[in-house]
Design a protein around this ligand. Sequence first.
Ligand code: HDD
Length: 709
Amino acid sequence: MPSKKTDAPKHSEAAGTQTPDRANTNAKLQSLETFRSDATGQALRTNQGVKIADNQNSLKAGARGASLLEDFILREKITHFDHERIPERIVHARGTGAHGYFQSYGCHAELTKAGFLQDPEKITPVFVRFSTVQGPRGSADTVRDVRGFAVKFYTDEGNFDLVGNNMPVFFIQDAIKFPDFVHAVKPEPHNEMPTGGSAHDTFWDFVSLVPESAHMVIWAMSDRAIPRSLRMMEGFGVHTFRMINTEGVASFVKFHWKPRQGVHSVLWDEAQKLAGKDTDYHRRDLWEAIETGDYPEWELGVQIVPEADEHRFDFDLLDPTKLIPEELVPVTKLGKMVLDRNPDNFFAETEQVAFCPGHIVPGIDFSNDPLLQGRLFSYTDTQISRLGGPNFHEIPINRPVAPNHSSQRDAMHRMTIDKGRASYEPNSIDGGWPKETPPAAQDGGFESYQERIDAHKIRQRSESFGDHFSQARLFFQSMSPTEQQHIIKAYSFELGKVERETIRQREVNEILANIDLKLATAVAANLGLPAPKQGRVQVKGGKPAQSKALSQMSHPGDVGIKGRKIAVLVAEGVEAASVDKLVKALEAKSARPMLLGPTSAPVKTADGKPLPVDASMEGMPSIMFDGIVVPKGVDKALASSGVAKHFLLEGYKHLKAMVLTKDLLSSLGLKEDKGLLLGDEQKSVGAFVKAVEGHRVWEREAAAEAVPA
Ligand code: HDD
């Protein structure tokens, strides 16, 4: 039958769709990775290499007898097991990773001397880890939260880590406030609740007292915080960095990742249900996409500001709570990143990968953003306790592909056996090696950008960091009416969970009223609070007044419905030819159709043959799909099944594109719309594909309100 197998093909099959160049690079890289262990055909042994004859029974004095201390096999196995866990990340504990590559679109020598941005033929391996921030390692994927977007480029000149988020700004302006912020957003200390969310008193207490957080909080209350897929998120370096060319000319840059899959979200109701029905929703989506060869792709871009223009804006480039509107400085695309290989081992790769914004290469440098400066210290420091010492760079996933020799020695878990006698520099005993490389040499050594600093040592926030509301307002006013409604609902939901009325009132009066009075009034009404008459802060209101690029609606993507999941509902009496037509039409568009039956057992078709299904409607509810199609012959069976009706009504409520038959439509009491189509498969599929491309049938929102969830 034409149903696409849910059993994802194995690595090697997916690799078959890679370009020959990429397949070669992957093979070359893997042959260098002698640390990847494959036990196929190997004997079971102890850690000391002794073959094991019996792995079922411990050594005892007699079959029922006392266990013997001398059982080194038992002791070794249990001891290792007892120490299997390492501390999870203090933030961003829940994550998922993938391998891939970066390829430059051309030579960007005018901007930077970074080697990986000079040659379109060069393939730079990358490892990416996406994460949520608040929840522990086992928490749900679809909670409302910021997503981490950390990329390790294994360049020939050393590792470059771009440790960003899916939002372009941050909650605070100075790293000294990071522990306070994290303590406030994490589960509350007395009862360790809530897991994975910010809807609680300590978070709203802190952010309502700290107006610099206003801009990032409104991003977190927007649909950006509930992505449909990790593949459908933008990424941002957040801080202003520098790029430096061979002449030593520096430009300020802001990094952007633009997903070719578009920027899309789930609805809040879906997000909450998915958190229960598939805790691993995002993880699974990325894994399956890569296994089936739908490699996600992002373009890396930069907004470039010449050093001379540093003070051209009505905000400070060093302030991480501000973005540069793309209308003021467009994004210049530098290259693309493709994720095409899943890790072999979650712990060894995704858990042990150690990112640090301080890992940069020649041609890239920092700015004086005080949040960035604090991060440069924090990441290496945290790895020392998380990964057990300063040798974490020797863990396979963290090793640079560039050679790495220094006079650093010893410490816990040292892997390298350094030859020679001189572990100092300069030395004459080992011929002076390893030696420095002057910056001017070919493939020169790293040189910091020579920025002139003439200042008093002082603890002070720059006045130029003082406008906390203009860009939060810009964000809200740039949203579509639908997105604005979602933001209002998100604030109302979150603040509705806050126990203390003083905190709710403070957020409405001191923060929201300064962002937008319409927003404040709507949230106040939902909370039963008096509406503020006006904001207390005189907000400058920057330029432009609107930025289209901030709305997700401006990022539909350019890959059509590739990789989108479509449910094909089947039941007894289904017409096999109709299923066949639908599935073929969807596969022709590179979508992933799945056949869902009343149970996981095959269903009997109209001509009496068994049709295998991929899953049951209960096992994979509508929230896991981007669209639903109903083939011919199943009207009666679906209309008389509570599970099927719930599936369809929920899909309708969540604004999914659907193809139904007339009878089913009327028995569900629904009306046709731009995305609810009546099939004949052939006529409707074109319109259906268009509706899935639009992600959701937004025009249906008012009608869908009336349908029970
Ligand atoms: Fe951070 C992890 C992103 C501010 C301290 N951060 C971490 C990760 C991401 C970010 C994506 C997970 C990396 C991974 O997958 O392993 N962090 C950000 C961004 C920030 C930011 C975009 C602001 C623009 N972070 C920030 C500050 C500090 C930290 C100001 C401390 C002063 N972040 C950490 C950390 C973590 C971390 C505690 C936890 C685990 C780790 O580093 O490796 O050091």
